[in-house]
Design a protein around this ligand. Structure first.
Ligand code: B12
Length: 287
């Protein structure tokens, strides 16, 4: 941080730290910490911290991957504590409290991608375990899922990325699979990774998908499979449909109930870890 009292510095480019924090979509204290660490250039003018718009743009550009993508390595967020709290809010139907908790975790600097992988997914997994053990009713699970869906809709904005497109992706779940959230996460990760995404949601009929792929040039089709009762023939059906439609779409299968062997045998690709998806796509289809 540099100190100056030169009023000529206070040109139109200057933002207060609160304005900078608002544009970065973080809490004031988070922006302040970044200034103290020297990550975000700021200086004092008229006794207040100021940030140049151009410095903010450069910071945002450099940090975009951090804000959006899962972090690798260092982790300061106490995920276990947040998982317990969010589980409590979701199962009690406390949508406002759940939303505030997630907003705070992001405002404190956690990448939105990490919120998906280390907070929402484990909470939903626990909800599934408790439902399967007969300790959570179906309405309570449904209500919790609705709140999680609303939270994800709000987090979606963190996964937008400007710049040249790396290709077009389609995301969905196959026929008979009503589990929508993981496919939405896949769509957001692909957007953050620079893809234009057509997110079709759950339960998409194969023949209708083929017609869609005929008119929408698609580089990657990402299929999320969660329902263990999914028809085993769906792997071949989806790969065949994409080949008939245009012959160029790479079909990637993932999700807790997907079968890697069937995926590969059908001519698709299996990717288990969502955090690795865009890197794997770099290897598979190039940038
Ligand atoms: C919510 C929910 C539902 C809701 C879904 C509503 C909605 N809007 O999505 C409803 C009520 C519809 C539902 C229905 C059923 N469900 Co359900 N459901 C769940 C629950 C609690 C959460 C699902 C979820 O969103 N998880 C969070 C996501 C983010 O986690 P994920 O799927 O693991 O995804 C991660 C990775 O796998 C990966 N990933 C996922 N997809 C992809 C794709 C690619 C390309 C890549 C790279 C990565 C990737 O990235 C994600 C982030 O890490 C799960 C519990 C659980 N373990 O998930 C049960 C669960 C999946 N359901 C289960 C069951 C049994 C059912 C039903 C059969 C129940 C019934 N008797 O009717 C039906 C089937 C309906 C159908 N036809 O699909 C079981 C499956 C058990 C099994 N494996 O044998 C589970 C595991 C519950 C349990 N513990 O028993 N369910």
């Amino acid at each position: 941080m540099t100190e100056t009292t030169d009023p000529s510095e206070a040109d139109r480019e200057l933002l207060t730290l609160q304005e900078a924090a608002d544009r970065l979509k973080v809490h004031y204290m988070t922006a302040y910490r970044w200034v103290r660490k020297g990550d975000l250039p700021a200086f004092k003018a008229g006794g207040r911290l100021r940030v140049r718009q151009s410095d903010l743009d450069a910071f945002l550009h450099g940090r975009q991957v951090d804000v959006v993508s899962p972090s690798k390595g260092e982790q300061h967020t106490d995920w276990d504590v947040h998982v317990d709290r969010l589980y409590g809010h979701l199962t009690a139907g406390q949508g406002v409290e759940a939303g505030s908790l997630v907003r705070k975790v992001v405002a404190d600097g956690a990448p939105a991608g990490d919120v998906y992988l280390h907070l929402l997914a484990p909470v939903l997994h626990r909800i599934g375990e408790e439902w399967a053990a007969g300790r959570l009713s179906v309405p309570v699970e449904h209500r919790a899922t609705e709140i999680a869906t609303a939270i994800m809709a709000r987090l979606g904005e963190f996964f937008r990325r400007r710049g040249p497109s790396r290709g077009t992706a389609v995301t969905l779940t196959p026929p008979g699979d009503q589990h929508a959230l993981a496919a939405t996460m896949v769509a957001d990760f692909l957007r953050a990774g620079g893809f234009d995404v057509h997110h079709l949601g759950p339960n998409v009929p194969v023949e209708d998908l083929r017609l869609f792929l005929e008119v929408v040039p698609t580089d990657v089709l990402c299929v999320s499979i969660t329902n263990p009762a999914t028809d085993a023939g769906v792997y071949e059906a989806l790969v065949a449909a994409s080949r008939r439609a245009n012959g160029r779409t790479l079909v990637v299968f993932g999700g807790q109930a997907h079968d890697p062997e069937r995926a590969e045998a059908a001519g698709g690709v299996s990717v288990a870890d969502l955090g690795e998806l865009t890197e794997r796509l770099d290897e598979l289809v190039g940038s």
